[in-house]
Design a protein around this ligand. Sequence first.
Ligand code: F6R
Length: 364
Amino acid sequence: EKGNYRHYMLKEIYEQPTVVAQTLQSYIHQAENRMALPQIDFDLSAIRRVTIVACGTSYYAGMVAKYWFEAFARVPVDIDFASEFRYRDPVLEEGGLALFISQSGETADTLAALRYCKAAGQTVAVVVNVPTSSMAREADLLLPTHAGPEIGVASTKAFTCQLAVLAALAAHLAVKKGRMDRNEEHEVVRHLLEAPAALNAALDHDDDIAAMAHLVAPARDVLYLGRGPDFPLALEGALKLKEISYIHAEGYASGEMKHGPIALIDEAVPVIVLAPSGPLFEKTVSNMQEVRARGGKIVLISDEEGLAEAGEGCLATIAMPRVHPLIAPLVYAVPVQLLAYHVACVKGTDVDQPRNLAKSVTVE
Ligand code: F6R
């Protein structure tokens, strides 16, 4: 039930600190400060390549995971939309892990891609939210998210739980491959366990986001920018806004702006910039200045340090807690979800049942 919440989507956004904590609990051995994956009967250290396949929001979780697999485990990663992967004759080498990410575990294209990889001799792992789903049944390695039933058509809590599982999997693989020592593993555990409190701190800014939603609601087009592991969050933010507010939105890697999309910039196109403090902050800020120099209106989402440095002259700013870069993609999911939600409320659309969309896409 929705309880005191106006919509399931809002309720599910607010459940994230709890369900991410629940999910992490089953992938972390707290007493030992170590990663703990479900028992499996094959040797993860033998994995030489990871192929990630998914659709929509689950695909964006996979995009974030690619950064983690490469950085932690030094394993090459391919990622593709299921609908492309299954028809393009992909090259699958021996020793590959095929990783499927799906809230429902029933998405037709993702399931077909899974069967293709299984037939091709890949080890099949799935990150799914429905433990009784087809994908869960057919996998060699089942990695459940513990988000609980997701009712809102736009995926929210399943996404952050997917990220939690994928971060744990990437770290676990790194440990197995001898790429991560005990101290580094402890650090990763520590940062992951900080995520629930950071998600709560992000939710504390709900009222600020609600108060500025009217600035975005009249727009016909909105751009989202992010870099590195936060680039997929820009794509996710744009998808959420499209889905529930019906405003056209695009996500771009910040550095790609000047290669074309900057031609779209004028005062009628809000640009939402996701820029947590960290190694990539300065780069994103310089892309932001390029937008501003062309009359672009910026909504900057950053932490206190970031806003102090670059918040001046923005159309609006959204404050986030300062977090380790590892958990920034989880934490920055909250403001993009809430922004889409509040813009949709201003526009009066049907948030939980947006037009033309179904919760589970079981047709090709
Ligand atoms: C977006 C959304 C969809 C799904 C996609 C995949 O809010 O919900 O983009 O992420 O249809 O669905 P699953 O994860 O069930 O395979």
